[in-house]
Design a protein around this ligand. Structure first.
Ligand code: GAR
Length: 200
């Protein structure tokens, strides 16, 4: 299992970090397609710069499942085996999750279950958390909810602003996502309910 399908909605820095890892031979995988639900997403331009197949599939005005069927069709056409949500700001339908059981990963910029949803870094900062971080998890039908694959802690310093904290969390995300993808691709885990046990 090596073919990745990337779904994104914006900047695409997590996607770019994964693409760089693959290009440098540090992650044994192939990006088969990059799909965005936002036509102007900068991540699509980055995909083209990497020479990857970039597909704009606008979601506006479509029912969730109708839209997800279109995305599934493209992923299937491209032979995708593992779906990578990289700043993809849409909830997936049950049909999508059923189509790729335990084959969809997401990254979220907090230590889940703290601070799910939008602007997680700002939520953690405003709350006064002393430690935040990022989480890679399998995707289920609930927002930022499925079994956790890897987490990395990022301390909140006295002189942090929400922006400096976000920048350090993002740097951690760029490392963590490729590590999680590598271990899922290698099958180095066992799942027991919500617990993902990593095997050496
Ligand atoms: C990342 O911080 C990612 O963790 C977050 O969106 C940002 C996308 O940045 N995702 C979520 O909040 C999902 N709930 P990027 O487009 O530069 O990768």
């Amino acid at each position: 299992m090596r073919k990745l399908g990337i779904l994104l909605s914006g900047r695409g820095s997590n996607f770019a970090a994964i693409a760089r890892r693959i290009a440098s031979g540090r992650l044994d995988a192939e990006i088969a397609v990059v799909i965005s639900n936002k036509p102007g997403a900068p991540g699509l331009d980055t995909a083209r710069e990497f020479g990857l197949k970039a597909v704009s599939l606008p979601s506006k005005g479509l029912e969730r499942e109708t839209y997800d069927r279109q995305v599934i069709d493209v992923l299937r056409q491209q032979g995708v085996e593992l779906v990578i949500l990289a700043g993809y700001m849409r909830l997936l339908s049950a049909a999508f999750v059923r189509e790729f059981p335990l084959r969809i990963l997401n990254i979220h910029p907090s230590l889940l279950p703290s601070f799910p949803g939008l602007d997680a870094q700002h939520q953690a900062f405003a709350y006064g958390a002393k430690v935040s971080g990022c989480t890679v998890h399998f995707v289920d039908e609930k927002l930022d909810h499925g079994p956790i694959v890897l987490q990395r802690a990022v301390p909140v310093e006295n002189d942090d602003t929400a922006d400096t904290l976000s920048a350090r969390i993002l740097a951690a995300e760029h490392e963590l996502y490729s590590e999680a993808i590598a271990l899922v691709l290698a099958g180095r885990y066992r799942i027991d309910g919500r617990r993902v046990m990593l095997l050496s």
